[in-house]
Design a protein around this ligand. Sequence first.
Ligand code: SF4
Ligand code: SF4
Ligand code: SF4
Length: 307
Amino acid sequence: MANPTDKAILFDASKCTGCRACQVACKNWNQRGYTETHNEGTYENPRQLTAQCWMRILFNEPEERPKSDDEIYWYFTKYQCMHCTDATCVKVCPSGATKKHKVTDGDSEAYVVKTDPKQCIGCNYCVATCPFQACRYDEKEKGVFRCVLCLDRISQDPAAFPTPEQASPDLEKNAKDPYPTRNRPACVQTCTSGALSFGTREEMLAKAKERVEFLKKEKGKEKARVYGEDELGGLHYIYVLEDSPDKYGLPEKPTVPAGVTIWETLIKPGAPWGGLALVGLVAAAGVGYVINKRNEGLERQAKGGGE
Ligand code: SF4
Ligand code: SF4
Ligand code: SF4
């Protein structure tokens, strides 16, 4: 299970206005370029994650509107790599390029899944098997890209930055914030509606649960729930949802497919049981699964399909 002191981002869908400032901030801070897009009758842009766009805001339109027919309604979702504790991409990577990175900052740790482009062999297994379809391979840059939880920002010594009072003496909200202004992920720093927060998993989960209680009791949102607490061993993005995950374009129960576990245990270079003839048949099933998924993923990307 995820460590309670790991850093995490909380996305509160009930506060998001769909302004996409976080999406722009992510591109800006990580110096990602533009991609040519076309209006496809939706505010979502681009329509899928790319090596240039590591997170995007989904505008999910419900079939049955929770409000009156003449009111437009969306379920907004901040969509990117979830930094899963049981990360499929780490399990399948045959070269060791995709790893979990831990950076200790005082009594808490950053837990980030990242790919080293120098070690990446371009097999695309991680891209094809990710339960969230949240990472992308780029042929030009020869590497796999995903949200990196702004590791470069959050791992810097907070002492190097002005205290909240020094940074914004007039802003009461910053004075209450334990994380100095520039030491937070760019997307969190940019959000003005209060939909994004950053802290330890323990803090974010407590905040999320409190909000869910409020939504249920005060707003009549019976289906409100927390997402990310236990999924895939615990995600490092925690969500407050007002309805079921499928309304937000999120899988109800994301899982590591059995084929990936077989692959990791029996076939992957350095696997604990690799090389045993006894497990040949099972191993073949694992290879078949991973390769099939890879081919499906490449086909989907070629057609421009997303999550
Ligand atoms: S969301 Fe996908 S890319 Fe991100 S850690 Fe999980 S498996 Fe890996
Ligand atoms: S944490 Fe950083 S890399 Fe991840 S979505 Fe936010 S701005 Fe982008
Ligand atoms: S900046 Fe905040 S309010 Fe705007 S889209 Fe992102 S999460 Fe939603």
